[in-house]
Design a protein around this ligand. Structure first.
Ligand SMILES: NC(=O)c1ccc[n+]([C@@H]2O[C@H](COP(=O)([O-])OP(=O)(O)OC[C@H]3O[C@@H](n4cnc5c(N)ncnc54)[C@H](O)[C@@H]3O)[C@@H](O)[C@H]2O)c1
Length: 338
């Protein structure tokens, strides 16, 4: 029987519905649910039949409740405050993406993790998808040679209503973090610089710039081009985007959430070299999305293994978001600084 850990959940909004089931499955005992809206905390405790206290007082809960870690499911603007308080109070923390609402806040969170010696990781849920792990393993197993080019297309037309319709950069700030992080995950490359152009297409129902093209220079000289819009009617891509990764010896595609397919050079002769099917690797991932993130936290608690989205790593994905927005506003190439 594996050890049962205790957790404090902060934020009882819509994404908490994706967390309480995995928490019960592991099992992790939720000992407190904190929300500025006390009724929201009470409602989730009742809905998921938790033996937990409800509170709207984070400081008091952190001071009085014994737990192994804190799960921050609040809005991005609150992540820095909630996570730093939790680490200062002696808790390890996993938070929802995005890490923070600014790079200054994110740097403060990394510094707080270093100062307190507490782990801070981000749940970047799309990393824990077997098909994404398959793609990553297939493009990095050596068959493509050195990777040179990564393209991601993301075109959908959701009518959200609410806060996204009012944001200045809804696509880059609220969605592209997933794709930027996947680009790093698939290729093991880190961002170096970006030139981005955001725009708001004619007929858009968004106030801010909801479409973009971003050209990232990545480590090893690789170029990652991201084209996206949340205001593109018809012929939609998957929410994960449609991907093409090219290396010196071949190409592997990942589109429409279907298993990756690709071709690698078989013989170096002729006008177009003959190709054969690329090897598509299997993935050992059993537990997806939030449960995958949670299991990395529990593994850390058991044996100290650092999660892949520990804050020193995840801040690099966040930096891509803020550098792209800065580039678009200033109309120039921006060097990405962590
Ligand atoms: N992984 C994914 O695919 C995915 C999907 C949706 C949302 N998210 C992320 O999850 C987070 C929450 O999103 P949501 O859709 O649940 O938002 P939400 O607005 O539905 O819920 C947020 C909750 O946090 C509470 N809250 C805000 N500030 C607080 C504070 N200082 N202390 C305590 N409680 C506070 C609010 O009262 C609210 O109940 C965001 O960071 C969002 O980007 C991730």
């Amino acid at each position: 029987m594996s050890q049962t850990f205790r957790a404090i959940v902060v934020g009882a909004g819509s994404i908490s519905n994706a967390w309480f089931k995995p928490l019960a499955e592991e099992p992790v005992k939720v000992v407190a649910v904190v929300d500025l809206n006390l009724q929201a905390a009470k409602d989730q405790i009742a809905k998921y039949e938790l033996d937990a206290i409800a509170s709207d007082d984070l400081d008091q809960t952190l001071a009085e409740i014994d737990a192994d870690f804190v799960i921050d499911l609040t809005i991005p603007e609150a992540h820095c405050m909630v996570c730093c308080k939790a680490m200062e109070a002696g808790f390890h923390v996993v938070s929802e993406k995005p890490m923070a609402a600014s790079m200054d806040e994110a740097r403060k969170m990394v510094a707080t993790s270093e100062k307190t010696g507490k782990l801070y990781m981000v749940s970047q849920s799309r990393r824990w998808e077997p098909i994404h792990d398959q793609y990553r393993r297939s493009v990095t197993n050596g068959q493509l040679g050195q990777l040179t080019t990564v393209n991601c297309d993301f075109y959908l037309a959701p009518h959200f209503g609410g806060f996204r319709d009012q944001m200045q950069s809804p696509l880059i700030l609220d969605m592209a973090i997933h794709h930027f992080d996947l680009a790093r995950y698939f290729t093991n490359a880190d961002p170096v610089a970006v030139y981005a152009h955001e725009f708001n297409p004619h007929g858009s129902w968004y106030k801010g710039d909801v479409a973009t093209t971003c050209i990232f220079e990545m480590s090893n000289g690789m170029v990652f081009t991201y084209r996206g819009s949340w205001c593109a009617q018809g012929c939609g891509t998957s929410w994960n985007g449609h991907w093409r990764i090219v290396g010196e010896n071949g190409t592997i595609l990942y589109e429409k959430d279907q298993p990756p397919t690709g071709e690698v050079v078989e013989k170096a002769e002729g006008f177009f070299y003959p190709c054969k099917d690329a090897v598509i690797e299997d993935s050992p991932i059993e537990h997806k999305t939030m449960r995958g993130a949670l299991r990395e936290m529990l593994t850390f608690l058991r044996d100290g293994t650092k999660p892949q989205t520990e804050c020193h790593d995840n801040i690099k994905s966040l930096a891509m978001v803020f550098a792209a927005m800065q580039s678009s506003r200033e109309g120039k190439r921006i060097t990405i600084e962590i």
